[in-house]
Every structure is written in C-alpha cells, then in structure tokens.
Design a protein around this ligand. Structure first.
Ligand code: UDX
Ligand code: UDX
Length: 456
C-alpha cells in the first residue's frame, strides 16, 4: 500500500490527512510542516486549529497510521504519493504585487521533493495555485533525474472551515486533474481515485486534465464570493429603500436555478481563499489581455470592501456621527462561525476603521481571541479582548455583531441592555439576533439590509 506524505499541516493539510488516515487504515499517512510548534500540537492530539470533530478523527488514527513530523526529507523519501498543501499567499513585492500568487513556498517544496527523492512519486497539488502551475512543477521535478518520474496531479480542496470534517467525509465532488494522454499519467490518477473510493462514491469523483482542475478551483471560489457580493450589494439597496434583505434572499433562493445557499447578507466575506483567489484570477486575466474579464471579477472584491466600510459608516451615522471614546462591544472576530481563523476576517478592517474614529473596542469571540490579539496588537491601548460577552458589553454604547456564532443569539439581552450605556445600539452585521425583541427591550437596532428599529 502506498505511503502518503503531506507537506503543510495547516487548515487544509491537517484535516485532509486525518480523514484519509481514518478512511484508509491500510495506508501510512505522514504530515510534515516546517513549523515545529504546529507539529508538536498535532502530535499531542490537540490540533493547533479549532475545527469541529477534528480532534476525534485525529485521535482515532494518531500513531496508528497518522504521523506528524518536521523531518521533511525522510517523509519525502519514504512517500509514494506527496500532497502539497503549503500556503500560497498573495505576492507583496515586485511584479504582480498585491494580486499574483507568491509561489515561493510551492517552488521551494518542489525542489525539496526533487532533492530528497530516490524513487518515482506522484505529487498532488492541494494548495490553490494559479492555472498552469502544475506544469511548472512538473518541469522542475522532471528536470534532472532521468531515471525518476514525477506525475503531478491537481486535486483542489473544496472544504470550508468550520465544516471541514463533514465536507471531507461527504464531499459534493472530488476533482482530480492529471495528464490523461500518457499511461503513467492515467495510472497516477487511478491511484488517487483509489484513495477516495474508500469512502466517496465513484460517480462523485471527477477526473479531468490538470488545467481544468486548477481553473475549476479558482472559478468555484470566485462564483461563491460573487454570490456574497451580489447579495451584499442588494442589501445596500434594500437599506436605502426600505426592503428586507432576508425576505429578498428567501425569495431568490427558492428559485431552484439559484438555490438558497450563500445568499446570507453580511459584513463581507473573509477567509484565506476568496480574496486571494479572485486577485489571482484578476491578475491572470490581465496577463492574458482580458481587461474586461479582470474588471468584472475585481468588482466582487470592491463590493466586499465597500460593504465593510458601509457598515462602519452606518455605525457612525446612527451614533450621531461621533464614536470618540465610545465603547463598542464587538461580538465575533473570526471570519465565520465555528472557526478560530481570522485570516482576511472582515472584523479586522471594521475594527481598524472604528479605532481610526477613536472608538474603544471590547472584542469577544469563543475561539478567535488569540488571533484577534495578534491581528490588532498595534492597537492595544484602544482594544480589549474579553472571553465573556456579558463583560464585553458592560458600559458599552453599542454592540456590533461581526461573526454569526449561534451563542450570541442566545444571550440574555435584557441583562445585556441593563449593563450598557444609553442610548444602547445593536448593529447586527450577520442578522442573527431577534431584532423585534431587542427593540422591545429598548435597543436601537440596526440590522443589515433592513430598515432600522429606532427609539430616537
Ligand atoms: C493553504 C493555502 O493557503 C491555500 O491556498 C490552499 O488551498 C491550501 O493550503 P491552509 O492550509 O489554510 O491553506 O494554510 P496554512 O494553515 O497556512 O497551512 C500551510 C502550512 O504549510 C503551514 O503550517 C506552514 O508552516 C506550512 N509550510 C509552508 C511548510 O510546511 N513548508 C513551506 O515551505 C511553507
Ligand atoms: C471557502 C470555500 O467555501 C471552500 O470551498 C474553499 O475550499 C475555501 O474557501 P471558507 O473560506 O472556509 O471556504 O468558508 P465559506 O463558508 O466559504 O465562507 C467564506 C466567507 O463568506 C465567510 O466570511 C462567510 O461568513 C462569508 N459568507 C458565506 C457570507 O457572508 N454569506 C454567505 O451566505 C456565506
């Protein structure tokens, strides 16, 4: 049975390998990372990331057929199949800065695989990389050892954080891109298909050429983000004209051609992928001389920035155009519920804009406070992190809900109201609270994409 190695034990690599190890007990799975602290956490059975159900899956196979290590050369050497799941951040220097992907880690990893290999291997691209990267990888890998053959496959990961384990266990589809024109290419695809058929129906496993697979991942993320920007743009329109975005979302979503998901108006999308992948798409379209296409997708990001800014502007306007030294309880800092991840979280920009207006912030979040402290550490004097949402709201002038954690909807708002300064405001950037009830308690309620309920 093949030995599997994964390079990069992050949000994608860690959960993916844990599920493969659980579903394929006869395979030995080793996950390596340059970050020793992360490796130690995985090895202890306490994953370094919060993901519902992950700890159980890891502990089911840890030291049975799932291993974590920082010895990258040995893990490469012993592997038959290598998944590459290192990060591909946006480039912040030189050509394409701010848009193109920084492929430094990917290329470094490819060279490392080449240097440490003494047998032929299948290399599986898990990281989202711009189309045609696998081709570059293949050229690097097959550049020197005439007697070794590296087949590069694209197998994009579609898991969403917060539901990673269920997404991995019951994927909508698994996509595998490979070189269909050679026997060794087809054999590599077959080997990867064999892994997934341990728990995924064969008809849900799509095989294609490498380029189509890479492009599908970029396009899927761009479409998902576009839906959010579309509904958020309609939310802005609804607020101005007195419509209710929740009713509009339901009405749109009942059209079976559109479907109900990803129509939740919000303070904006976050997460490590959407913005990065769209910027990448924009860069590539410009590169291929398709400026109209590039502008089209760029607008998805612009609306997202607008939405965050608009939320802050609404807070300011409602609070008499002044938040200087006013205390705002920020409910939620993670980019979505059920994760502690704050990469590209809309909360980062919103908190920074509020502090620019000289507000004082009490941030509360069940999982993301360590990351919030790190993300805003330069604002320490004006930002305070508080585990207990009741304490975060004490003496505050307003509450701003930025993450849809269900526990925020279950608080005793009568008690919260009593502890706050008056007039007390709620800005519900996720529309998860009972607005009528809050209004009856005495709050001035500002939902997203719906008319405010105000006593003023
Ligand atoms: C990453 C990419 O960001 C995403 O585009 C892709 O789709 C999947 O992989 P994620 O797992 O969320 O997503 O990133 P992160 O949690 O940062 O994990 C990457 C890991 O790779 C880190 O733990 C990092 O230490 C490790 N790494 C990075 C290496 O082991 N070697 C390297 O050379 C670079
Ligand atoms: C996304 C893709 O869903 C996944 O397939 C891909 O592999 C990685 O990127 P993720 O970023 O983990 O996953 O979370 P997702 O559930 O897609 O949410 C992204 C952002 O959109 C979050 O900030 C979320 O709050 C926001 N969102 C989502 C909305 O604002 N409204 C919605 O209706 C749905």
């Amino acid at each position: 049975m093949p030995n599997i190695t994964c390079i990069g034990a992050g949000y994608v690599g860690g959960p993916t390998m844990a599920v493969i190890a659980a579903k394929c007990p006869e395979y030995q799975v080793t996950c390596v990372d340059i970050n020793q602290e992360r490796v130690d956490a995985w090895r202890s059975g306490e994953p370094p990331i919060y993901e519902p159900g992950l700890r159980d899956v890891v502990n089911q196979c840890l030291n049975r057929n799932l291993f974590f290590s920082s010895d990258i050369p040995s893990a490469i050497k012993s592997a038959d199949i290598i998944f590459v799941s290192v990060n591909t951040p946006t480039k912040d220097f030189g050509e394409g800065a701010g848009e193109a992907a920084n492929l430094y880690y990917w290329e470094k990893t490819a060279r490392e695989i080449l240097a440490c290999s003494d047998s032929s291997k299948i290399v599986v691209e898990k990281s989202t990389v711009p189309v045609r990267t696998a081709d570059a990888m293949s050229r690097i890998l097959n550049s020197s050892h005439a007697n070794l053959k590296f087949e590069v496959l694209s197998n994009p990961e579609f898991l969403a954080e917060g539901t990673a384990i269920q997404d991995l266990e019951r994927p909508d589809r698994v996509l595998i891109g490979g070189n269909q024109s050679t026997e060794s290419g087809r054999e590599a695809v077959r080997q990867l298909v064999d892994i997934y058929t341990h728990w995924v129906d064969r008809e849900r496993i799509l095989t294609t050429d490498v380029w189509s697979s890479e492009m599908s991942k970029l396009a899927a993320n761009a479409f998902l983000a576009q839906r959010i920007s579309s509904i958020n743009s309609v939310a802005a329109f609804a607020e101005e004209t007195g419509a209710d975005i929740t009713a509009v979302s339901s009405a749109i979503g009942m059209d079976s051609r559109l479907g109900p998901r990803f129509l939740q108006a919000s303070v904006g999308f976050g997460g490590s992928c959407f913005k990065k992948d769209i910027l990448n798409l924009v860069y590539l379209c410009r590169h291929y001389n398709l400026p109209e296409v590039a502008d089209y997708w760029e607008q998805v990001i612009k609306i997202n920035e607008f939405q965050k800014h608009r939320f802050v502007r609404n807070i300011l306007q409602a609070m008499f155009n002044n938040v200087v030294d006013k205390r705002i309880a920020v409910f939620g800092f993670a980019f979505k519920a059920h994760t502690g991840d704050t990469r590209e979280s809309p909360a980062i920009d919103i908190c920074r804009q509020l502090v620019e207006e000289k507000a004082l912030l009490n941030i509360t979040d069940p999982e993301a406070l360590p990351n919030a402290r790190r993300d805003l550490n330069d604002l320490a004097g004006r930002v305070n992190c508080e585990e207990d949402p009741y304490k975060a709201a004490e003496n505050a002038d307003a509450i701003a809900v930025l993450t849809e954690w269900p526990q925020f909807a279950q608080l005793d708002y009568q008690r919260v109201f009593q502890s706050m300064r008056k007039p007390a405001f709620v800005f519900d950037g996720r529309n998860i609270l009972d607005h009528q009830r809050l209004f009856q308690i005495g709050f001035n309620v500002h939902p997203l994409g719906r008319p405010p309920l105000s006593h003023l």
